[in-house]
Design a protein around this ligand. Structure first.
Ligand code: GLN
Length: 208
Protein backbone atom coordinates (compact mmCIF):
# COMPACT_ATOMS: atom_id res chain seq x y z
CA UNK A 1 0.00 0.00 0.00
CA UNK A 2 1.61 3.34 -0.98
CA UNK A 3 2.01 5.84 1.82
CA UNK A 4 -0.55 8.63 1.88
CA UNK A 5 1.01 12.06 2.32
CA UNK A 6 -1.16 15.04 3.16
CA UNK A 7 0.08 18.31 1.69
CA UNK A 8 -1.32 21.37 3.42
CA UNK A 9 -3.14 22.89 0.47
CA UNK A 10 -4.17 26.37 1.56
CA UNK A 11 -1.51 28.53 -0.13
CA UNK A 12 2.00 28.33 -1.57
CA UNK A 13 4.06 25.68 -3.33
CA UNK A 14 1.52 22.87 -3.14
CA UNK A 15 1.75 21.54 -6.70
CA UNK A 16 5.56 21.17 -6.66
CA UNK A 17 5.46 19.09 -3.47
CA UNK A 18 2.68 16.95 -4.91
CA UNK A 19 4.67 16.22 -8.07
CA UNK A 20 7.81 15.29 -6.19
CA UNK A 21 5.95 13.07 -3.71
CA UNK A 22 4.18 11.24 -6.52
CA UNK A 23 7.53 10.78 -8.25
CA UNK A 24 8.84 8.95 -5.17
CA UNK A 25 5.78 6.71 -4.99
CA UNK A 26 3.45 8.39 -2.50
CA UNK A 27 -0.28 8.92 -2.79
CA UNK A 28 -1.00 12.60 -2.18
CA UNK A 29 -4.06 14.18 -0.63
CA UNK A 30 -4.52 17.90 -0.14
CA UNK A 31 -5.32 18.93 3.41
CA UNK A 32 -7.76 21.85 3.50
CA UNK A 33 -10.08 20.85 6.34
CA UNK A 34 -9.83 18.93 9.60
CA UNK A 35 -11.77 16.08 7.98
CA UNK A 36 -8.93 15.63 5.46
CA UNK A 37 -6.61 14.85 8.36
CA UNK A 38 -8.50 12.49 10.62
CA UNK A 39 -11.58 10.33 10.47
CA UNK A 40 -13.30 8.08 13.02
CA UNK A 41 -10.62 5.38 12.70
CA UNK A 42 -7.58 7.63 13.13
CA UNK A 43 -5.46 9.64 10.76
CA UNK A 44 -6.14 9.60 7.03
CA UNK A 45 -2.53 10.55 6.32
CA UNK A 46 0.74 8.77 7.05
CA UNK A 47 2.81 11.95 6.75
CA UNK A 48 2.40 15.67 6.22
CA UNK A 49 4.05 18.44 4.21
CA UNK A 50 3.81 22.10 5.23
CA UNK A 51 4.78 23.93 2.03
CA UNK A 52 6.42 27.29 1.53
CA UNK A 53 4.45 30.37 0.62
CA UNK A 54 3.64 33.16 3.03
CA UNK A 55 3.55 31.92 6.61
CA UNK A 56 1.31 34.71 7.92
CA UNK A 57 -1.27 33.98 5.20
CA UNK A 58 -1.14 30.25 5.83
CA UNK A 59 -1.55 30.92 9.57
CA UNK A 60 -4.66 33.08 8.92
CA UNK A 61 -6.19 30.50 6.59
CA UNK A 62 -5.49 27.67 9.06
CA UNK A 63 -7.42 29.50 11.73
CA UNK A 64 -10.19 30.52 9.31
CA UNK A 65 -10.68 26.89 8.23
CA UNK A 66 -10.54 25.46 11.77
CA UNK A 67 -7.39 23.56 10.91
CA UNK A 68 -4.88 25.23 13.24
CA UNK A 69 -5.54 23.00 16.28
CA UNK A 70 -6.11 19.69 14.44
CA UNK A 71 -2.96 20.15 12.34
CA UNK A 72 -0.87 20.95 15.42
CA UNK A 73 -2.32 17.94 17.23
CA UNK A 74 -1.55 15.59 14.34
CA UNK A 75 2.08 16.73 14.16
CA UNK A 76 2.48 16.62 17.95
CA UNK A 77 1.15 13.07 18.00
CA UNK A 78 4.01 12.00 15.73
CA UNK A 79 2.80 12.07 12.12
CA UNK A 80 6.09 12.44 10.17
CA UNK A 81 6.24 15.99 8.80
CA UNK A 82 8.36 17.90 6.30
CA UNK A 83 8.12 21.69 6.64
CA UNK A 84 9.71 23.90 4.00
CA UNK A 85 10.40 27.64 4.25
CA UNK A 86 7.10 29.25 5.34
CA UNK A 87 6.20 25.77 6.61
CA UNK A 88 9.22 25.92 8.92
CA UNK A 89 8.06 29.31 10.21
CA UNK A 90 4.62 27.84 10.82
CA UNK A 91 6.02 24.85 12.71
CA UNK A 92 8.41 26.84 14.93
CA UNK A 93 7.96 27.44 18.64
CA UNK A 94 8.91 31.11 18.23
CA UNK A 95 8.85 33.54 15.29
CA UNK A 96 11.17 36.53 15.39
CA UNK A 97 9.80 39.40 13.24
CA UNK A 98 6.32 37.91 12.82
CA UNK A 99 3.65 39.74 10.84
CA UNK A 100 1.16 41.52 13.13
CA UNK A 101 -0.88 38.90 15.00
CA UNK A 102 0.95 36.00 13.37
CA UNK A 103 0.93 32.73 15.31
CA UNK A 104 2.81 29.51 14.81
CA UNK A 105 1.89 25.92 15.58
CA UNK A 106 4.78 25.61 18.05
CA UNK A 107 5.37 21.95 17.22
CA UNK A 108 9.11 22.30 16.55
CA UNK A 109 11.33 23.60 19.34
CA UNK A 110 13.22 26.25 17.38
CA UNK A 111 13.13 30.01 16.99
CA UNK A 112 13.17 31.32 13.41
CA UNK A 113 13.70 34.77 11.99
CA UNK A 114 11.43 35.45 9.02
CA UNK A 115 12.91 36.81 5.78
CA UNK A 116 16.35 36.57 7.35
CA UNK A 117 18.64 35.71 4.47
CA UNK A 118 19.15 39.37 3.50
CA UNK A 119 18.66 40.91 0.06
CA UNK A 120 21.96 39.60 -1.32
CA UNK A 121 20.62 36.06 -1.08
CA UNK A 122 16.98 37.04 -1.33
CA UNK A 123 16.50 34.42 -3.94
CA UNK A 124 19.15 31.91 -4.96
CA UNK A 125 19.75 28.33 -5.89
CA UNK A 126 22.72 26.48 -4.47
CA UNK A 127 24.30 23.14 -3.65
CA UNK A 128 24.06 22.51 0.05
CA UNK A 129 25.71 19.91 2.28
CA UNK A 130 23.21 18.33 4.64
CA UNK A 131 23.41 15.36 6.98
CA UNK A 132 21.28 13.56 4.37
CA UNK A 133 23.73 14.25 1.56
CA UNK A 134 24.39 17.09 -0.88
CA UNK A 135 21.21 18.58 -2.21
CA UNK A 136 20.14 21.33 -4.58
CA UNK A 137 18.19 23.96 -2.72
CA UNK A 138 16.37 27.15 -3.66
CA UNK A 139 16.10 29.96 -1.12
CA UNK A 140 13.31 32.55 -1.50
CA UNK A 141 13.03 35.15 1.26
CA UNK A 142 14.04 32.35 3.56
CA UNK A 143 13.93 32.23 7.34
CA UNK A 144 16.91 31.14 9.42
CA UNK A 145 16.88 29.18 12.64
CA UNK A 146 18.27 31.32 15.46
CA UNK A 147 17.79 28.96 18.42
CA UNK A 148 17.50 25.20 18.61
CA UNK A 149 15.90 23.36 21.52
CA UNK A 150 17.09 20.15 23.15
CA UNK A 151 16.32 17.15 20.98
CA UNK A 152 16.48 19.14 17.73
CA UNK A 153 19.34 18.24 15.40
CA UNK A 154 20.90 20.72 12.97
CA UNK A 155 21.01 19.10 9.53
CA UNK A 156 22.03 21.99 7.26
CA UNK A 157 23.87 25.29 7.48
CA UNK A 158 24.65 28.02 5.02
CA UNK A 159 27.80 29.66 6.32
CA UNK A 160 27.17 29.88 10.03
CA UNK A 161 23.41 30.10 9.70
CA UNK A 162 21.19 27.13 10.47
CA UNK A 163 18.83 26.37 7.57
CA UNK A 164 17.78 22.80 8.33
CA UNK A 165 16.75 20.96 11.50
CA UNK A 166 15.15 17.70 12.43
CA UNK A 167 13.60 15.76 15.28
CA UNK A 168 12.70 12.06 15.08
CA UNK A 169 9.42 13.04 13.35
CA UNK A 170 9.76 16.59 11.96
CA UNK A 171 12.17 17.92 9.35
CA UNK A 172 12.22 21.67 8.87
CA UNK A 173 14.19 23.39 6.12
CA UNK A 174 14.46 27.09 5.26
CA UNK A 175 14.79 26.30 1.55
CA UNK A 176 12.70 24.70 -1.17
CA UNK A 177 13.92 21.27 -2.28
CA UNK A 178 10.68 20.90 -4.26
CA UNK A 179 11.59 23.79 -6.59
CA UNK A 180 14.83 22.20 -7.76
CA UNK A 181 13.27 18.75 -8.08
CA UNK A 182 15.66 17.31 -5.48
CA UNK A 183 13.77 14.37 -3.95
CA UNK A 184 16.12 13.62 -1.03
CA UNK A 185 13.85 15.01 1.68
CA UNK A 186 10.66 13.71 0.10
CA UNK A 187 12.11 10.21 -0.19
CA UNK A 188 13.08 10.37 3.48
CA UNK A 189 9.55 11.48 4.40
CA UNK A 190 7.91 8.74 2.35
CA UNK A 191 10.14 6.15 4.01
CA UNK A 192 9.02 7.42 7.43
CA UNK A 193 5.43 7.48 6.17
CA UNK A 194 5.65 3.90 4.96
CA UNK A 195 6.38 2.87 8.54
CA UNK A 196 3.17 4.64 9.52
CA UNK A 197 1.24 3.10 6.61
CA UNK A 198 2.44 -0.31 7.73
CA UNK A 199 1.34 0.42 11.28
CA UNK A 200 -2.05 1.56 9.98
CA UNK A 201 -2.38 -1.53 7.82
CA UNK A 202 -1.77 -3.67 10.89
CA UNK A 203 -4.73 -1.96 12.55
CA UNK A 204 -2.82 0.20 14.98
CA UNK A 205 -5.04 2.52 16.96
CA UNK A 206 -3.97 6.08 16.43
CA UNK A 207 -5.08 8.77 18.77
CA UNK A 208 -5.10 12.40 18.01
N1 GLN B 1 9.07 34.85 3.79
C1 GLN B 1 8.05 33.85 3.78
C2 GLN B 1 7.36 33.74 5.13
O1 GLN B 1 7.69 34.36 6.08
C3 GLN B 1 8.59 32.50 3.41
C4 GLN B 1 8.99 32.48 1.96
C5 GLN B 1 8.87 31.14 1.33
O2 GLN B 1 8.17 30.23 1.79
N2 GLN B 1 9.51 31.05 0.20
O3 GLN B 1 6.44 33.00 5.25
Amino acid sequence: MPATVGVLGLQGGVREHRELLERVGARVVLVRAASDLAGPDGFRVDALVLPGGESSTIDKLLRMFGLFEPLGAAIRSGVPTLATCAGLVLAARQIIDPAPGQQSLGVLDVAVRRNALGPQVDSMETELATTRGRIRAAFIRAPVVTAVGAGVEVIARIGTQVVGVSTPTITGVAFHPELTGDATFHRHLVRAASGEAGARGRGAVLSG
